[in-house]
Design a protein around this ligand. Structure first.
Ligand SMILES: [Fe+2]
Ligand SMILES: [Fe+2]
Ligand SMILES: [Fe+2]
Ligand SMILES: [Fe+2]
Length: 376
């Protein structure tokens, strides 16, 4: 772990320029911020329920390094980037991340869950784009650079569901590929990041509609986090989970390093990948010692055949919109909304939440001019 505890000066690298940054550089910064946040928070949760000094000591040391990594990444976001601009960056990242994970997902149910939520995050991008025009006079296309479509998906007002409708059956770690497990940790981190960021942004605006829209979409991210958590195998042992998460961090940094166009940020991804390989090595040793199982028993040959790539997916996303928008979750399955029973728990729940109107609908009604559109 030598060299992983950075000085205050090293914690604050120069931020990117929000006017010229590649949208996927912004996306990688936000994704890695979320992955570090989840890595650190998971180590906190573990510490609260483990009565083993050796494990607690390991968690304390590595957790501090994760925390410093996250602070460094957060410093890459410039002070003049507004919360709505960051929200647009987060939803663009979510759309193209989810599309990448879904297209590299061999487990049919895990892919269905990703495609289902993709059309919801797609709609969030549209609603934040409308809010951006209204509140800050901005054009979201200048941030997304046309690399991701902006238009209506499954309307946000229709996304509010009873918590029981976010229950999902889970995969069995012995039946799925390593990429499926990596996808699981990556998407949980990204959705958690959005939920936390939107909640903390509620107080950033005076405009009531802006405050309400951040709250409304934060609530959908809470749903997304819940559904993705449910899909993960709960029988993964705590130290096995720790090891898999370190592997996922290294894998995401490696992917970010190969995809990165900004030389300074690319060097940072490489440095942090090296740190994660050390975290993985330590976690693997702890796993073998405490669990009495081999690393190969948990991760097989350790080969993940494809990378997490942020890039345009306009055709894929349009195809998913066409097939997924009308689906709704019922009893762990996804069915056309016409086939929902009258006592679907989300009907009454959604009506109560939308009583008095949905902020996501209002921001569309009060649209200043026709500018935001779905690309052909
Ligand atoms: Fe980390
Ligand atoms: Fe979203
Ligand atoms: Fe989401
Ligand atoms: Fe780590």
């Amino acid at each position: 772990m030598s060299g992983q505890f950075r000085s205050w000066k090293e914690l604050a690298p120069p931020p990117y320029d929000k006017r010229t940054v590649d949208p996927y550089t912004r996306g990688r910064v936000l994704l890695m911020d979320g992955i570090e946040g989840n890595s650190m928070l998971t180590k906190h949760y573990m510490t609260r329920s483990i009565d083993d000094d050796a494990v607690k000591k390991h968690l304390a040391i590595v957790r501090r390094a994760e925390s410093l990594q996250q602070q460094t990444i957060r410093s890459l976001v410039p002070s003049d980037e507004t919360p709505i601009e960051t929200a647009i960056g987060l939803e663009q990242m979510a759309v193209d991340l989810t599309a990448n994970l879904a297209q590299n997902e061999a487990d049919g149910y895990s892919k269905q869950v990703l495609d289902f939520a993709l059309v919801e995050d797609y709609d969030h991008l549209y609603r934040f784009a409308l809010l951006y025009e209204r509140t800050e006079g901005g054009d979201a296309e200048q941030l997304t650079r046309g690399r991701t479509g902006i238009g209506p998906g499954r309307p946000t007002a229709e996304q509010h569901r009873h918590p029981v409708d976010e229950m999902r059956p889970h995969f069995d770690r012995r039946d799925v590929s390593l990429r499926t497990m990596m996808n699981h940790f990556t998407i949980v981190s990204a959705e958690q990041e959005k939920m936390l960021f939107y909640k903390s942004s509620i107080s950033a605006y005076e405009d009531q509609l802006a405050r309400q829209l951040f709250g409304e979409i934060a609530d959908v991210e809470e749903q997304h986090l819940s559904q993705y958590e449910a899909v993960g195998d709960p029988d993964i042992a705590p130290l096995e989970r720790l090891m898999l998460m370190e592997l996922n961090e290294a894998y995401n940094y490696y992917s970010a390093f190969l995809g990165e166009s900004d030389p300074a940020i690319r060097r940072l991804w490489k440095e942090f990948m090296g740190q994660e390989l050390e975290h993985f090595r330590l976690a693997a040793a702890l796993f073998e010692k405490e669990e009495g199982r081999s690393v190969a028993d948990a991760i097989g040959d350790g080969i993940i055949p494809s990378l997490v790539e942020l890039q345009p997916n306009i055709d894929y996303v349009n195809a998913v919109l066409a097939t997924q928008e009308g689906l709704r979750p019922y009893d762990g399955e996804f069915i056309p909304r016409e086939r929902l029973p009258p006592d679907w728990p989300s009907f009454t729940f959604r009506d109560a939440q939308n009583e008095g109107g949905s902020p996501a609908d209002e921001v569309e009604k009060r649209r200043p001019r026709e500018r935001v559109r779905r690309p052909a």
